[in-house]
Design a protein around this ligand. Structure first.
Ligand SMILES: Nc1ncnc2c1ncn2[C@@H]1O[C@H](COP(=O)(O)OP(=O)(O)OP(=O)(O)O)[C@@H](O)[C@H]1O
Length: 336
């Protein structure tokens, strides 16, 4: 909390006005080391107004280090970082930034409504406390001391505090960790509303299905380097395999010998799954061969499968348990 209050106490100056072509966030050739360990290795990243960027990477990839540089919590060892065109350590640069660190730390003795009002007081046009409490499902605990909140409630409060000053840019490091399904839904809804109001968002999360639904740009970082950067569809194009599921009496051997089938398996429940590099063509082949089938389902690649394929390719030592996309239909709550 000290971090957040300090961050927002520094925000009295008006948001810097930027040329439309100036990125809100810019890191050029940035390196950050901890002892001999490279957390970031010559990384370049720009984020422009209106983008919703999902920053993805396995544990230890460098996501939090990147965020700490962009939000002015740490300095790079080499390279240049700018926030709203300025040094992120200056109060003027942080005037329109709302952020929460990965770790939750609220002042234990302050009440929830007092905490929001305290942070809101640093902004010229804050979201009214009652409105924010309602939006984040915290109205019922408004009078509680923050230390008495559950972990999930504390996390929601942290994100609410990041949004109280109507920031132009919100940077969130794993905001939904530890939240139950309902609380996560509520939080993602607030972030969608923020985005719809024109806000710019940089977010890390291990819930890839949720990032897939929210982000319009995905940056994948691994071992301190950016290994992919593009739209969700561009990232997903790294996986070209689809799953075709069906019930059929046709023997598996006959199915796997069809054009466009890469592999296949028959489950004990009688469902055949065919991995295909061209699902449309495979379905055409089934029909042309007059093979009887029912309950046909075609599932394309997910962001999760593409992410796993990309990171497995980047580090052949990492278990590539899903690199082929053969497990790409896990529940949306799957966490890495
Ligand atoms: N304060 C620190 N002291 C020493 N090493 C650090 C420190 N912070 C990060 N590192 C190291 O830098 C690398 C990148 O860590 P970072 O926390 O940025 O990764 P991350 O992608 O955010 O991981 P996670 O998903 O687990 O949060 C890791 O090897 C980590 O051990």
């Amino acid at each position: 909390m000290t971090e957040i209050i300090q961050e927002q106490a520094d925000t009295r100056s008006a948001p810097p006005s930027l040329n439309r072509n100036t990125p809100l966030v810019s890191a050029r050739n940035v390196t950050k080391k901890f002892g001999p360990q490279f957390a970031l290795d010559r990384v370049t990243l720009e984020i422009f107004a209106g983008q919703t960027v999902g920053l993805l990477g396995p544990n230890g990839a460098g996501k939090s280090s990147m965020i700490s540089l962009l939000t002015g919590l740490r300095r790079p060892d080499a390279g240049v970082v700018e926030l709203f065109g300025r040094d992120p350590l200056t109060p003027a640069a942080r005037s329109a930034l709302g952020t929460t660190p990965q770790a939750t730390a609220v002042p234990p003795t302050l009440r929830v409504n007092e905490t929001i009002s305290l942070v809101a007081a640093h902004y010229p046009d804050p979201v009214p406390t009652a409105e924010l409490l309602e939006q984040f499902g915290l109205a019922a605990v408004a009078g509680k001391q923050c230390g008495a909140l559950s972990g999930g409630q504390q996390r929601r409060l942290m994100v609410a505090l990041a949004l109280v000053g109507r920031p132009a840019l919100v940077v969130l490091d794993e905001p939904t960790t530890g939240l139950d399904v309902e609380a996560r839904d509520l939080l993602w809804q607030q972030l969608r509303d923020y985005r719809a109001s024109g806000g710019t968002l940089l977010i890390t999360s291990h819930y890839l299905a949720e990032i897939e639904a929210l982000a319009d740009r995905i940056v994948v970082i691994d071992q301190g380097r950016i290994i992919a950067d593009g739209t969700v569809d561009e990232i997903k194009s790294h996986i070209s395999l689809s799953h075709v599921r069906l019930r059929t009496t046709v023997p598996l051997d006959s199915l796997t010998s069809l054009e466009s089938v890469v592999s296949g398996e028959l489950s004990e429940h009688g469902i055949t799954t065919l991995v295909s590099d061209d699902a449309d063509n495979l379905v055409r082949r089934l029909v042309l061969a007059k093979m009887p089938f029912s309950d046909l389902q075609v599932n394309g690649a997910t962001l999760e499968a593409a992410f796993l394929a990309l990171t497995a390719k980047n580090d052949p030592g990492r278990p590539a348990h899903d690199a082929s996309g053969t497990n790409s239909n896990r529940p949306v709550t799957q966490e890495f």
